[in-house]
Design a protein around this ligand. Structure first.
Ligand code: NAI
Ligand code: MG
Length: 475
């Protein structure tokens, strides 16, 4: 199998060592990539520094034009990119295609956003005026995970390039293939060589070398809390700003007056989409005791009807990303002292049509209490934990009762209940009578508490990739 090289300074760079990339639907190696080390990282950061010196001086209109060309090229290649994303991650084909569409939109959105992104100007006194302006950080380092490789690339690389930074991106070792394709498209779009470098490799080597490189001016990280803390320390050593997006244990809160016909399919999708391997997955269901039996029965029925299968067959639910990820889910669900009552699933799906893929059944666990691990730890699998509440106070306490605070869904037809939940819930996004936003390109996104800090997406997302300079001019 030919090694897919890194893309550094517009050129392919091969390495002696390599990283195998599995197709999680079959367990077979579908590609091998370069395995970058400190040497390749240094090449990439140096190339990005050189490119950044002139890229930051490019007119905003010219940067926006290239972002739009990039968007058009992703759209041209939508089918192949969506397929590749589905295959390398195991997500259903239509979700892979959807992720490609959302990536198109990120490049469009940040082209427009940067064109209307201005500083301020105001008189300080009769003889002095002030101007604020946004300047790039220089080289931004992006460490991205395997669950939504293209979307997460889009939401961080597009605003970074738009603001005049140049990028070095280390994709996840499990799913680096679409990032490499997108770096090629950036060259085709006409971005200068060195503006967008992709350095595949392992976290502990390539990732660690990138986040310790003195040539970077900013880090964007999405992944586990554990690695988030390591990277926060690396950022502290370099004294560079960092955006941390670290996942969650997000609840759907269903009140007695909720419209269940509307809520059920959305709640089901919020945990089964991407096999539950979504930072904002709706992995807890907090339900009012008066409707518990009805709601849980309906969800169980949906879970039993889910079509599980290989990604490219476009099932409802594909495999998990890898053997270790499946083992992790198994350990959560089958451990002794798990607690709760297992209503559906609870085991890997093997044999028959499942072959050597990493499939796991949709799993519903009822009567979970806050002292149980499944209530407060991120599983990253198709596993929904159900807990009941009796009062609004209890609902808030349960919703806020984990170390995370990324997203919450509130289901009620009472506007006062909705307002109260928006006020009292500690999470970066609160959805009312809906959950998830199909990419949510326009919506500032990020965590409270252990879910991280900093915001990406939306117009807010540009600010994270820029710093303010203030000019004070006396006449
Ligand atoms: P991870 O946090 O280890 O991987 C994310 C990225 O960080 C990958 O590109 C990886 O190569 C890189 N990385 C790992 N160690 C590094 C280091 N020392 N320095 C620099 N970069 C490093 O996550 P992993 O192991 O893939 O998944 C473990 C758990 O993390 C999942 O089960 C899930 O709970 C959580 N997770 C959350 C994500 C989210 O969207 N917030 C995404 C991926 C994982
Ligand atoms: Mg890891």
């Amino acid at each position: 199998m030919k090694q897919l090289p890194a893309l550094i300074d517009g050129k392919p760079v091969e390495t002696t060592a390599e990283v195998p990339v599995e197709d999680p639907s079959t367990g077979e190696v579908m590609a091998v990539t370069a395995d970058c080390g400190p040497g390749e990282i240094d090449l990439a950061v140096t190339a990005a520094q050189t490119a950044a010196a002139s890229w930051r001086r490019t007119a905003v209109a010219d940067r926006a034009r290239l972002l739009r060309r990039m968007s058009a090229l992703i759209e041209r290649d939508l089918d192949s990119l969506g397929r590749l994303e589905a295959q390398q991650t195991g997500k259903p084909l239509r979700q892979g295609l959807r992720d490609a569409e959302i990536t198109v939109r990120y490049f469009d959105f940040y082209a427009s956003a940067v064109e209307t992104f201005y500083g301020n100007s105001f008189p300080l006194n009769d003889t002095t005026s002030v101007q604020t302006m946004w300047e790039p950080h220089g080289v931004t380092a992006h460490i991205i995970p395997w669950n939504y490789p293209m979307q997460i690339l889009g939401r961080s690389v597009a605003p970074s390039l738009a603001m005049g930074n140049c990028v070095v991106l280390k994709p996840a070792e499990e799913a680096p293939l679409t990032a490499l394709k997108l770096a090629e498209l950036a060259l085709e779009a006409g971005f200068p060589p060195g503006a967008f470098n992709v350095v595949p490799g392992y976290g502990e080597s390539a990732g660690a070398a990138l986040t310790a490189h003195p040539g970077i001016g900013h880090i964007s990280f999405t992944g586990s809390v554990e690695v988030g803390k390591i990277i926060s320390h690396a950022a502290a050593d370099l004294l560079v700003p960092v955006i941390m997006e670290l996942g969650g244990k997000s609840p759907n809160l269903v009140f007695a007056d909720a419209d269940l016909d509307r809520a059920v399919p959305v709640i089901v999708n919020s945990i089964l989409q991407n096999g539950g391997q979504t930072c904002s997955a709706g992995s807890r269901l907090l339900v009012h005791e008066s409707i518990h039996d009805d709601l849980v029965a309906r969800i169980a029925e949906h879970f039993r009807g889910v079509r599980v299968g290989p990604a490219l067959g476009d099932p409802d639910l594909g495999p998990l990303i890898s053997g270790p990820q499946r083992d992790r889910v198994v350990s959560f669900v089958s451990e002794s002292g798990r607690g709760g009552d297992l209503l559906t699933g609870g085991e890997p799906l093997t044999g028959g049509g499942y072959g050597n893929g990493y499939f796991y059944a949709p799993t519903l666990i009822d009567n979970v209490t806050p002292d149980q691990r499944i209530f407060h730890e991120e599983v990253f699998g198709p596993v929904l934990a159900v807990t009941t509440f009796a009062t609004h106070d209890e609902a808030v306490e349960l919703a806020n009762g984990t170390d995370y605070g990324l997203v919450t869904g509130v289901w009620t037809t009472n506007v006062s209940t909705a307002q109260r939940m928006i006020r009292d819930i500690k999470a970066g996004q609160v959805f009312v009578n809906t959950y998830g936003a199909s990419g949510g390109v326009e919506l500032p996104f990020g965590g409270f508490k252990q879910s991280g800090y900093g915001r990406e997406k939306g117009a807010e997302g540009l600010r994270g990739f820029a710093q303010v300079k203030t000019a004070i001019i006396a006449s």
